[in-house]
Design a protein around this ligand. Structure first.
Ligand code: ATP
Length: 455
């Protein structure tokens, strides 16, 4: 089983993900996606956009703002209820999620417990502060996870919020999209963007951070059809997991029940994944009813309705929301793809078995030496390979080491140009996973790569 230490070390060493603001000692669980990380993240987002927006006639996209009208968050219920239960250790002042403390002494999840129940349970069980080991906590209290900021404009209230979910930007544009496009219920609006949460206990690398990205869909349906669309979306989420290289056996469905449901949801299925630190939420699919559009209609005074052209019936559509965390996707992909493989002879190679569509480098082009016209020939091959996306050119050092370097960042295929290339117009193509090498004519290279890796 891959460990978090292996993943974080690889990410730092190879330039996937760095600790944020590191020269100042790091900052609040923030992380920078380095050159390979951003490439991988962009591949993931582009794939999602293609699969769920471009290739579906019932979907459109938007790109809304992070700062929305503050009334949005009152109407959506986030100002009043987007809370987590918090407790402070009276000895060392460390802050903790009370439900997470309780979960250390129970099977399953403590989301359903009230503040009083949490306080009593933690005391009775003698649960210790994970930081200092003492058992003296404050009572559990609610802590709102929204980041507040102040606008320069004067007025009675200049408070604005950084969005804690991208969804609300979509609800605010429901009417504009209906009025300006040819969508018909059932249809969806998708968006990719940043969200911010003042998490009490961030951690596990990029799993729980304060600033993260979501890929969200609000899918508008007639109330009578919500169940069939809900099931179809859960299935679509499984298909997506397969496309990005996650293992079906590692996905666990959690039917979220009772008080654990978000304030807007009547049914939620979490897709949990086997991360190196345990089984935790990767994605969620929620039936949000018509809660959000109804509240925004009431608060704004603007009608947010759909008129069925056949029946002329006018109603507020219900909503299915499949939500995909970008950062948790990256962590799940990396931990699934990582392998330390012992080769014949005992050498260990680190390899990332990334799907070609996700891999940050598609093809590495390697001239055997720096002289005798090989680099020039390699540049021709590089130009050809670049039609598949980001490629790398590396002419330094021992060829075996160059292969290993590419294995570690998950490059699916390396193309080597040697002396024979100048005579036979062919190159050596080496596969990352099998390490098998094949001689391919340059004239056939593009179609070969397309068929085998990038089709
Ligand atoms: P959790 O229970 O783990 O706090 P949540 O149920 O609050 O998650 P949602 O509100 O459903 O999460 O958010 C949608 C998705 O956004 C999650 O499935 C996850 O992939 C991602 N996400 C939520 N919070 C964070 C975070 N703090 N850091 C990184 N990704 C997050």
């Amino acid at each position: 089983m891959t460990t978090m230490e292996q993943i974080t070390a690889l990410c730092k060493r190879k330039g996937f993900i760095y600790p944020g603001s590191e020269i100042y000692g790091g900052f609040a669980n923030s992380y920078t996606y380095g050159p390979y990380g951003v490439q991988m993240k962009n591949n993931l987002k582009a794939l999602w956009w293609k699969m769920f927006i471009e290739q579906r006639p019932d979907m459109v996209g938007i790109d809304g703002t992070i700062l929305l009208h503050p009334q949005t968050w009152k109407a959506s219920g986030h100002v009043d209820t987007f809370n987590d239960p918090m407790m402070d250790c009276k000895n060392c002042q460390a802050r903790h999620r009370a439900d997470h403390l309780a979960e250390t002494k129970m099977d399953g999840n403590a989301d359903h417990m009230s503040l009083e129940e949490l306080t009593t349970f933690i005391k009775e069980q003698g649960i210790k502060c994970p930081k200092c080991g003492k058992t003296d906590f404050t009572e559990a209290r609610q802590f709102n996870l929204m980041f507040e900021t102040q606008m320069a404009k004067t007025g009675e209230d200049s408070t604005a919020y950084l969005r804690p979910e991208t969804a609300q930007a979509i609800f605010l544009e429901f009417k504009n999209v209906v009025d300006t496009t040819r969508v018909k219920v059932p249809f969806g609006i998708g968006q990719i963007g940043k969200a911010f949460r003042n998490e009490i206990t961030p951690g596990n690398f990029i799993f729980r951070v304060l600033e993260f990205e979501q890929m969200e869909i609000e899918y508008f349906v007639p109330e009578s059809e919500w169940e069939q669309h809900f099931d179809a979306w859960v299935k679509a989420m499984y298909d997506w997991c397969e496309v990005i290289g996650l293992e079906k056996d590692k996905i666990h469905e959690l039917d979220v029940e009772g008080d654990a449901l978000a304030h807007y949801s009547k049914k939620t299925i979490d897709l949990e994944y086997e991360f190196p630190f345990g089984v935790k939420e990767l994605y969620g699919c929620a039936y949000r009813t018509n809660f959000d559009l109804t509240n925004h209609e009431n608060a704004s005074g603007k009608k947010l309705r759909w008129r069925d052209p056949q029946t002329n019936e006018e109603y507020i559509p219900h909503v299915i929301e499949p939500t995909f965390g970008v950062d948790r996707s990256i962590l799940a992909i990396l931990s699934t793809a990582y392998e330390e493989e012992t080769l014949e002879g005992g050498e260990v190679r680190t390899v990332l078995h990334l799907k070609p569509v996700i891999a940050p480098v598609k093809v590495a082009v390697l001239p055997l030496t720096k002289k005798d016209g090989l680099p020039e020939k390699a540049q021709e091959i590089l130009a050809l390979a670049q039609s598949f996306g980001n490629c790398e050119y590396d002419e330094g050092g021992n060829i075996g080491k160059r292969y290993r370097r590419q294995d570690e960042v998950g490059t699916p295929v390396c193309v080597t140009i040697d002396y024979e290339t100048l005579d036979d117009a062919a190159v050596t193509v080496r596969d990352r996973d099998t390490m098998a090498q094949e001689r391919i004519k340059i004239a056939d290279l593009q179609s070969y790569l397309k068929e085998k890796y990038f089709g």
